[in-house]
Ligand binder design. Structure first.
Ligand code: 2U9
Length: 360
């Protein structure tokens, strides 16, 4: 049998295969189950031992050379296919890059950042704490012992889990437990604000079950209402970027402050709309007061040595007043159209020098 001629023929047909599909057809024709070289291998079985000894190595050599030729041609065809693709596909680096969708800073975050910046300038640090609280830090330490009627003012979300004293854990109803924790951990003197989420089981056009507060606490020697009024005036002038902000303090009641005051801010009517500044009318803005002696003691300090003032303000309300949104519920719908309209650039970080009031 002329294996050399069979080999020559196979080599030239493999070399002539123009694509991977044609090459696969050849592989099956030579080496497949019914392939011609496979058939040659089968003839070995019917040969005499001498014949097998002389024919066997030739047929094996033929099989190996065809296998190698197939592999080489396959590599060459694949290489050519890749070259063709590289030739055809080009990246034009002069084209503008596709626009990346960019998120925005929520007005609530923006206002908390602005207030943090303004208070930092007055020497206040930002304090944080857990949103899941125990009864003592959220109520008792703030002069709201069990059965205190003021507890009813907070529609509290309770957990089935209980604390070490057997009282139900809860979602904090104000950020005040943060100040209690900070007093205990850091002692006095203290100047802090506590911005964050708080929770009350309340839901209508002007109340959401989760909302945001910034509370502030100053503890030092000889602190009085004058310090409170100056601080609030200074902060609100910086926040609303108006020098004509006027405050009015009205007596009120909170269990954690004594005396307690409700703070109104003066507004002016411009084309029938209320604009903060001046004193044509008044609107309630925040609550505050001198820290109750019992609360100072709960914070681990001697109320005969240390005095303090505290305040609390709703961030959502402040954001609405400053940036002109009128529906509180839209704040937490997550509607991208609302967010991109009212949101702020993440690159536009509020600073006192750059302005804390620059709208996006
Ligand atoms: C400590 C001592 C005193 C925080 C205070 C208010 C008055 C207040 C409300 C404003 C609008 C809550 O978001 S709101 O509904 N807050 O009126 N908050 S004094 O007093 C404290 C806090 C912590 C240790």
């Amino acid at each position: 049998m002329d294996h050399a001629a069979t080999g020559q023929d196979a080599q030239s047909r493999i070399a002539a295969a123009l694509d991977l599909e044609a090459l696969e057809t050849l592989r099956i024709a030579f080496l497949g189950k019914q392939g011609s070289i496979s058939a040659l291998l089968k003839t070995l079985g019917g040969m005499s031992p001498e014949q097998r000894q002389s024919e066997g190595p030739k047929i094996q050599a033929l099989r190996e050379s065809v296998t190698m030729a197939l592999a080489e041609r396959k590599a060459a065809l694949e290489g050519a296919a890749l070259d063709a693709r590289l030739d055809a596909e080009r990246i034009d680096l002069s084209l503008p890059a596709p626009e990346t969708p960019r998120g925005s800073v929520h007005p609530v975050s923006q206002v908390m950042d602005e207030l943090s910046e303004i208070f930092a300038d007055l020497g206040f640090a930002v304090a944080t704490g857990p949103e899941i609280e125990d009864d003592w830090h959220n109520f008792t330490a703030l002069n709201m012992p069990e059965s205190h009627p003021a507890r009813a003012m907070h529609d509290t979300f309770y957990f089935p889990d209980r604390d070490a004293e057997g009282r139900a854990m809860l979602l904090r109803t104000h950020t005040s437990p943060v100040q209690i924790r900070t007093m205990i951990a850091q002692g006095a003197p203290l100047r802090i604000i506590a911005p964050g989420r708080v929770y009350r089981s309340d839901s209508d056009a002007t109340h959401t079950p989760m909302f945001h507060q910034v509370e502030g606490l100053v503890i030092d020697k000889g602190i009085h209402l004058g310090h409170l009024k100056w601080t609030l005036e200074t902060v609100l002038k910086a926040f609303f970027e108006r020098e004509d902000i006027v405050l009015r303090l009205r007596p009120s009641y909170f269990p954690f402050t004594e005396p307690s005051v409700e703070v109104d801010v003066g507004f002016t009517l411009v084309n029938g709309k209320r604009v903060l500044g001046g004193q044509e009318g008044w609107m309630e803005l925040l609550g505050s007061g001198m820290v109750n002696r019992k609360v100072i003691a709960a914070g681990g300090l001697d109320p005969d040595v240390w005095q303090g003032f505290a305040f609390g303000v709703g961030v959502d309300r402040l954001a609405m007043l400053k940036y002109g949104m009128d529906d509180l519920r839209a704040f937490f719908d997550g509607d991208v159209r609302w967010l991109s309209h009212y949101g702020f650039s993440a690159l536009d970080v509020p600073t006192l020098s750059g302005g804390v009031g620059t709208a996006a």
